[in-house]
Structures are given as structure tokens and as C-alpha cells.
Design a protein around this ligand. Sequence first.
Ligand code: ASP
Ligand code: MG
Length: 439
Amino acid sequence: MPLIVQKYGGSSVADAERIINVAKRIGAVQKSGAAVVVVVSAMGDTTDELIELAHTISHEPHAREMDLLLSTGELVSSTLLTMALRELGHEAISLSGPQAGIRTDTSFGRARISRIEPARVRRELDAGRIVVVAGFQGITAEDDITTLGRGGSDTTAVAIAAALQADRCEIYTDVEGIYTADPRIVSGARKIDEVGYEEMLELASLGAKMHPRSIELGGVYRVPIYVASSFSDTPGTLIHAVGNGPADAFAAGLPTAAKPEPEHITAISPSAEFQTGNQMEDRIKVTGIAYNANVAKITVQSVPDRPGLAAALFEPLAEASISVDTIVQNTGGDKSTDISFTVSRTDLPAAVRLVEGMAQQLGAAGVVSSAGLAAVSIVGSGMQNTPGYASRMFRLLANGGVNIDMITTSEIRISCIIDESQGRDAVRLLHEGFQLDRS
Ligand code: ASP
Ligand code: MG
């Protein structure tokens, strides 16, 4: 019997009517002969409302109490959904994260799953029940309730799918899948039928917004993740090990358009290139255009160049949990160096304070910062071994009058830091220039 883990997001269970609708969908899956574990988020904006409420009581709510408070949102949705399933005549039971055996570390508000003890879930499945698990929560070794960080129910779902060795994990949300660019910016953005885990990590903001840790987990444990709308039966996006053979077996049972067409695999699988002969160079190997408008830049000017410099600058940022993205260091002829790097805009004030202190100690000339930047990236595993993508990207931006401030690359991504005022235009230019509007 196939085992399917389904996750329903907050908007899919926002009110009683929607909960009953979701229950009907789940019932149909069980009727088709599958064992089903369901993971739910809190109803609608419940989590935001609980956070707001806490802040009306306390300026800095106690971390442990905050997590216990937030965990109640998912208890409400999971129990109500279970009642709806029972009303429809299905055997169903709800379990809190701790009851489902989800163990975490002790970082309140952003706990990481340390292990899952799936015995109880297994027992309920063996008894023929649909198991509804409250997402986003777990329990520490000291029996304190933790939450996994905003949007963490995706990670609960994929972790449970991995622990139970489920056939696949289905994430149901209010958009129809993952797109070649943000559909709110590019009207011609297309839904992607299938995508690899690494690419998906880079594209996590396009269309359905997924908790990045769920994609990482999926990649490590090879859990096929299918993302689709709970409001329609339109085929969504399959995230899996693209081009590795067993793809079709994983996709069995999904709506037909989600099954990769051989043609489409060619477009994003490097190994399939050889079969395409002369057309090879015409292939579109960019999968999507990622965009992040929340970028700020800090430059430390003319620091005396010596070993330990970068370490001294970045250690305090790491200690403050500020993540640094693009870093550019360039040494001039005069034994001093400029170091520029980006952080998220929200982290800018704290980062500047830490860096200014350190820059003075290191003998730097000064620190300057700017907030209004954005990162635009082309993403695609097919770019790995093919030169020319970077220059084509720069040419497209140049033709559109977009100035590039910083550049970084990874094996499957090329990112340019640009002025935010030109960001949305840049996304459209690249989407058109790399012909992502044509399949
Ligand atoms: N309810 C939590 C949140 O809003 C977890 C989730 O939705 O996945 O962040
Ligand atoms: Mg949510």
C-alpha cells in the first residue's frame, strides 16, 4: 500500500468550510488505496495573531512561553480537521508534534528536528487510520515544546515522510506550484513541471514559498515533493532528483502533466544533453529567475591587508546570527583592501554596528553602507558546464540600462546585486532574454 504524506498550509484550512473541503480531498486519497499522514499549518493568520497578542502583553515575550503559545495554532487546525474527517465517516486521529515523536534541539523559535520516533504514527496507520499531525512543532529532551521557525510545517511534513519512508510528500498551498519567475512580477511566468532539489533551494521564493529546510531534507533523504494547489486539481510542480531514472516511479499516481516529458528532462538534465545533437546549444538551461529585494551592502574601506582580516570581520556577525551573502574582496597595489558584502536589509543596523567596532580595531579608513539593493539571479543546473551564461546575463542587463554592483556565482546560479529601483525590470528582461516564457 503506498504511503503518502500530505501537508495543507494555513490558507487551505483558513475556515470551517475549507477544512471540510480538505477533509474530502484526504478521504478520496485514502479511498484510492493509500495510507495517509496529513500535516497541517495553523488556520489562516493564526500564528501572526498569536504573536501580536503576545506582544500586547510583553515587550519581549519569553521564548519558551512563546513557542508553547504558537504551538496551539496547529493543535486547533489538526483537531478540527480530524473531526471533519470523522464526520465524513473516516477513521482518523490527530497527534501533536510530540505525540508524533518529533524531537528537536532547544532553540526556541527556530528549533531543528533531531530525530523522529515514528512508532505511534505507524501504529495508527496500521489500525487503518488517517493520521493528522500538528505541523511546526516538536519537543526537546527536557519535554519543552518548540517551534521550527515560520513556515516550518513544510519541514515537519518532509521529515515525517523521510522517517516513514513514504512514497512521496505532497505540499498543498494556495498557488499552483513553482514558477520560472515571480508571477506577480512577470506576467509570462510559466509553471515548472519538475525541478531538482538544489535548483529548488535557489528558487524557493518563486510561486509557492517553501520552508528552505524542507527542500534540504528532501534532498538528503530523497523524498519526492509535489507542490500544488489545494483549491484546484491543476497539476503542480514535482521536486525530485531530476534525471536520475527513478523519477517516473516517484511520479506514478500524480496528475499526468506532473510526469516529466522526455523533452523537458532534456532541458534541465546535463546528462541528457548528448542525445540532443545539434540542438544542444539552443537548449534553455536556465530554469528560473530568482529575485530578492531585501538586500543591503556594507563596505569596509582600505583595511590593512593581512591574514585574519576577514575572519575578524565576519566572526562577530556569525555570533550575532547575521547571515552574510555576497562577499567581494579586492586587494589593490598599496597593501590595503576593500571588503564589501551583503546582508538582509533587516539585519543592516545591527551589522553596521558590529562592523564599525571591528573596522576601527583593524585600522580601516571607514565603513559605508547602502540599503536599497536587490539580488537578481539566473538559476539552472544545466548551466554548470556551459560557458556563456554569465556574459549573456550581463549583456541583457546592460542593454536594459541596469548597472551591476556586485556579482557572485555558484555552480547552478549567477547573481547580480543591482539597485532595487531596477529590480523588477531586470527580472522581466532576464525572463524574456533567456526565453523562459516559451516552453
Ligand atoms: N503556522 C506557522 C507559521 O505561520 C507554521 C506554518 O505555517 O508552516 O509560520
Ligand atoms: Mg503559515
